[in-house]
Ligand binder design. Structure first.
Ligand code: PLP
Length: 418
């Protein structure tokens, strides 16, 4: 249920997941903040791991061997099929999501593509909400359908709607399902927090419905971040990330990841290896290094985002609505005056720049109607509740007063016709 505080819509926080750090066999498992701070240091027994504070970047595309024996015994031989830096990143993210296995990919889209194509075949069905990240939407619309996989767009985050859609699917495939083998036939895809409306997925509710009908649940946890939300601990089958955003955090790398049980991640891994969705060693190294500051960056950004969202919501003349969630560094708000009102806000901002991405240490704004959601068309945007006056802000780690000093007068300018 959503809680309304004035005009600030705070979506109820469903997704915290359990904190780790419990005792197991007398050995205390480190908590997530500790795992993050030591990302890349924890792979014991890896001949390639280097020294603790000076880990190498392994750029070689191929390794040389003296004997066939040596080649066979080696973990790494050709970079598209495996690289120590890529494995460090995968391992760190798997630890942060309490997953059995992880795979680092060339981008967030690489992770989405490897997962969906690794798990589905022609005749299967994927259920997905229409307001996913634009690239994900286009992939489902333009590519997944071409492989004979059915794509059903509906609000899968509405558990009742999802239940009836899956019941219908189950009924249609009754006979096939009775001679059941291990093949997956239905997959539900959702984002842990949506963009730009900041709807928070009820992962426990959705996963219960998926289990009931024998469907797999895939969660894109980019906005949730692996620190705050743990979809796997709440029943999701597999999680994907765009590590380009908060995990990378500095707007200087492109990376993605798939985490979950080895049996499922290995299917994505096969696609990633065959289709060449491999991450570069430099991006993997940089991203692993970024994870070490993820906790402090996010804690700062979450607090600042919450304060700014409250202050934007207090601008009653200029602001129609604010969409925010606790511990989410992105929020959005609709200004009066539609596209023109939004333009006036963007014109007036000076410290905060316009950027068609998010998740960096620098605060940026974007206009979903002309960037991330332009491909949907005006009618579909209106149906999904993405008006032309909507502005999305990705909050970084700057001083909150400096940000407010730039943002609030700009927001007021939405209704100043001068
Ligand atoms: C950016 C993004 C992606 C795609 O990630 P890339 O790294 O740009 O390929 C996928 N999902 C979400 C939610 C995103 O924000």
């Amino acid at each position: 249920m959503d809680v309304r505080v004035g005009e600030l819509v705070l979506h109820e926080d469903e997704g915290a997941g359990k904190e780790n750090g419990h005792q197991e066999n007398g050995r205390k498992e480190p908590r997530y903040a500790t795992i993050a701070a030591q990302a890349g240091f924890c792979q014991e027994g890896n001949a390639f791991s280097g020294t603790k504070h000076g880990k190498a970047i392994f750029t070689a595309s191929v390794y040389e061997f003296e004997t066939l024996e040596e080649l066979r015994a080696s973990t790494y031989s050709y970079r598209r099929l495996g690289n120590p830096n890529s494995d460090d990143l995968a391992h760190a993210l798997a630890c942060l999501e309490s997953a059995e296995s992880g795979l680092a990919t060339s981008s967030g889209m690489g992770a989405v593509v490897a997962t969906v194509l690794g798990l589905l075949k022609g005749g299967d069905t994927v259920f997905v909400h229409g307001d996913t990240y634009g690239g994900t939407f286009s992939f489902f619309e333009q590519d997944v359908r071409r492989f004979g996989i059915h794509v059903e767009m509906l609000d899968v985050m509405d558990v009742l709607q999802l239940d009836s859609a899956l019941a219908r699917w189950h009924h249609q495939h009754q006979q096939q399902l009775e001679g059941r083998n291990d093949d997956v036939r239905a997959l539900v895809f959702c984002e842990s927090i949506t963009n730009p409306l900041i709807r928070v997925a009820d992962v426990p509710g959705m996963s219960a419905v998926c289990r009931k009908h024998g469907a797999l649940l895939v969660v894109d946890n980019t906005f949730g971040t692996p620190l705050r939300r743990k979809p796997l601990l709440q029943g999701a089958n597999i999680v994907v990330h765009s590590a380009t955003k908060f995990i990378g955090g500095h707007s200087d790398l492109i990376a993605g990841a798939v985490v979950g049980p080895a049996k499922l991640v290995d299917r994505a891994r096969g696609v990633a290896h065959r289709w060449g969705l491999t991450i570069s060693p430099f991006d993997a190294w940089l991203c692993t290094r970024s994870i070490r500051t993820l906790q402090v960056r996010m804690e700062r950004a979450w607090v600042t985002a919450e304060r700014l969202a409250e202050r934007v919501a207090a601008e009653e003349r200029a602001v129609v609505r604010v969409h925010a969630a606790p511990q989410c560094a992105v929020f959005s708000f609709e200004v009066a005056g539609g596209a023109e009102g939004a333009s006036r806000v963007f014109d007036k901002l000076s410290l905060i720049k316009i950027a068609p991405s998010l998740g960096g240490v620098t605060t940026t704004v974007s206009h979903p109607a002309t960037s991330s959601h332009v491909s949907l068309g005006a009618a579909e945007r209106a149906r999904l509740g993405i008006p032309d006056g909507l502005i999305r802000i990705s909050v970084g780690v700057e001083d909150v007063e400096d940000l407010a000093h730039d943002l609030l007068p700009a927001v007021r300018a939405a209704v100043c016709h001068v």
